[in-house]
Design a protein around this ligand. Structure first.
Ligand code: ATP
Length: 249
């Protein structure tokens, strides 16, 4: 089976600082794969390296069997989209939802915007009444729904999710996670998802990689996480720190 995403020995260096020190990961088609680790361990940097937003010094990244070059082309963004943590920062506040959803379609020269926008809003549970609202008039949860609609409107097969719900209240967080899960099932999407919250990863992902200081510590299944079947002390410490959140099976 060809991997949906394959990163091999990826190094990211900012000035002299090695933020990723040769990280490898393989995500299968249709899989939801999690990245966990303490703050600064390199989780976001790995997503950003894949998305072309962080400088890859060495190593390779392959999407559905095709190696990526230095720059990400339009075809890449038709296939891979990213959703960021902060829906306030990622959506222009003075643009209407309609305009925010039109933009990627215009960039990619896609014509059937009317149908796509209606479908995208419906899919994320927003009525057509939201279409001409400005993003600053939306709640955090509604904004994140718009950000997800914007990512989905190009019909990608892979979503890179960087703490997609950590800026939201707990009840809204659950709604957005359920939405992401529903969309993944309906569209047979592949997710690579960062969260500092092991309970979120446990709920959303089949497998995960634990990261520390720009390196992979170990890979686990969600079942390993629940039964604390882990090999590394670092992972045990992470689990201990989130005790009470991850149910012991
Ligand atoms: N543009 C940048 N320039 C310099 N250093 C950076 C840059 N982006 C990230 N770093 C550094 O790389 C390291 C990894 O950062 P990264 O954001 O990937 O961590 P993370 O695991 O996602 O953490 P968090 O959970 O806090 O978001 C950190 O030490 C960070 O300061």
């Amino acid at each position: 089976m060809t991997a949906a995403l394959l990163a091999e020995k990826v190094e990211v260096v900012f000035d002299q600082f090695r933020a990723l020190k040769g990280v490898s990961v393989e995500v299968h088609p249709g899989e939801s794969f999690g990245l966990v680790g303490e703050s600064g361990s390199g989780k976001s940097t790995l997503l950003r390296a894949i998305a072309g937003l962080a400088p890859v010094a060495s190593g390779s990244i392959t999407v559905t069997g095709k190696p990526l070059g230095r720059r990400r082309d339009k075809a890449f963004y038709r296939q891979v989209q990213m959703v960021f943590q902060d829906p306030y920062g990622s959506l222009h506040p003075r643009q209407t939802v309609d305009r925010l959803l039109q933009e990627p379609l215009a960039v990619h020269g896609i014509g059937d915007s009317e149908t796509r926008i209606r479908r995208a809003l419906e899919e994320v549970g927003l009525s057509s009444g939201f279409r001409f609202r400005y993003s600053h008039q939306l709640s955090g949860g509604q904004r994140q729904r718009v950000a997800i609609a914007r990512a989905l409107i190009l019909e990608p097969s892979i979503l890179l999710l960087d703490e997609p719900t950590s800026a939201l209240d707990a009840s809204v967080q659950a709604e957005v996670l359920n939405l992401l899960e529903q969309v993944r099932r309906d569209r047979k999407l592949t997710y690579l998802m960062v969260s500092h919250d092991l309970a979120v990863i446990n709920h959303m992902c089949e497998r995960l990689m634990v990261m520390q200081n720009g390196e992979s510590v170990e890979q686990l299944t969600a079942a390993d996480l629940v039964s604390h079947n882990v090999a590394q002390d670092y992972t045990r410490r992470l689990l201990k720190a989130s005790e009470g959140f991850v149910r012991v099976g």
